[in-house]
Design a protein around this ligand. Structure first.
Ligand code: APR
Ligand code: ZN
Length: 274
């Protein structure tokens, strides 16, 4: 049995006995859906400068001053988000919930793929790119992912007016007060969402599955440490690094889309053997 097989077996034995698993996911879980991560080679922050476009103001300014530089990347991201489907790792988290093992998915991702994979308690600490919030009244609109992307791409490719109102007009108007709306996502310097609920889920779980995150962005990066501190077992799935090595009980150095189905199979075998 290879070391990876041993780690999968160990993780499956921990999960088979669990009843309140929490998953804490980063961009890596969506990599196999074709959505670039941020800090891997070729990632988002290699193509775009977070200091320039990581804040709402910086993004607006970059679109107004240098649209020709930014628009190609925006269209590339829209294409990836439109083509993406939940991959085997997302689907396995949905199955873990249906098996009665997993309660909550905490995600740093804004791609909506955990909802589409069937998980019903998803805490999106960095928001959701297809839920729009009104900059005036805070009203929310939830949009179908692919349709909003198609509509936005259509507007961007025909946009001539790169003033604030021209750019803000890329999003539908608020149905309550008719003001501008923006994607309900957390940009650098903005308050992360649902953090008390995320930490409560981490402190109450019996197993924390940390999948596809570099663990460099706080407060989300604290979650596996907090879970461990509260008595949970910690399992890490990441092909390149184990950012939680000091607290992990099992570390599977594999792509999430390959590791998760193997985990589900091993859990079922263990549960069948009784
Ligand atoms: N399966 C599992 N993990 C993977 C895969 C894969 N197929 N491919 C890459 N990874 C791992 C990488 O090894 C890396 O550790 O996913 C991690 C991705 O790390 P980041 O790109 O830093 O993404 P993330 O941890 O989600 O970043 C957190 O930073 O810029 C902000 O708001 C942004 O939510 C994001 C936050
Ligand atoms: Zn409004």
């Amino acid at each position: 049995m290879t070391d990876i097989d041993t780690q999968i077996r160990k993780a499956a034995e921990i999960l088979a006995k669990a009843s309140n698993v929490a998953a804490s996911c980063g961009a890596g879980i969506s990599a196999e859906s074709g959505i670039a991560t941020f800090r891997d080679a070729g990632g988002v922050w290699e193509k775009l400068n977070p200091a320039e476009v990581g804040t709402a103001e910086g993004l607006m300014e970059s679109l107004m001053i240098r649209p020709e530089k930014l628009i190609p990347f925006v269209l590339e991201l829209l294409d990836a988000f439109e083509a993406a489907e939940p991959n085997a790792a997302h689907l396995a988290l949905g199955e873990l919930e249906r098996m009665g093992l997993l309660k909550t998915v905490i995600t740093q991702n804004i791609d909506n793929l955990h909802h589409e994979a069937g998980n019903t308690d998803v805490i999106e600490v960095h928001g959701n790119g297809f839920r729009l919030s009104c900059i005036s009244c805070g009203g929310l609109q939830v949009h179908e992912r692919k349709r909003l992307i198609r509509e936005t791409r259509e507007k961007i490719t025909t946009l001539a007016d790169f003033s604030i109102s021209g750019i803000a007009g890329l999003m539908p108007a608020c149905s309550v007060c008719r003001s501008f709306m923006r994607p309900d996502v957390v940009m650098f310097g903005e308050t992360v969402k649902d953090i008390p609920r995320a930490f409560a889920a981490a402190r109450n779980c019996d197993v924390m599955l940390a999948i596809g995150t570099s663990g460099v962005v706080y407060p989300a990066a604290y979650l596996p440490f907090d879970a461990k501190e509260a008595g949970a077992r910690v399992i890490v799935i990441n092909p390149n690094e184990n950012p939680f090595a000091s607290v992990s009980d099992a570390y599977i150095p594999m792509n999430a889309g390959e590791a998760m189905p193997k985990l589900i199979t091993a859990i079922k075998e263990i549960r069948k053997a009784g």
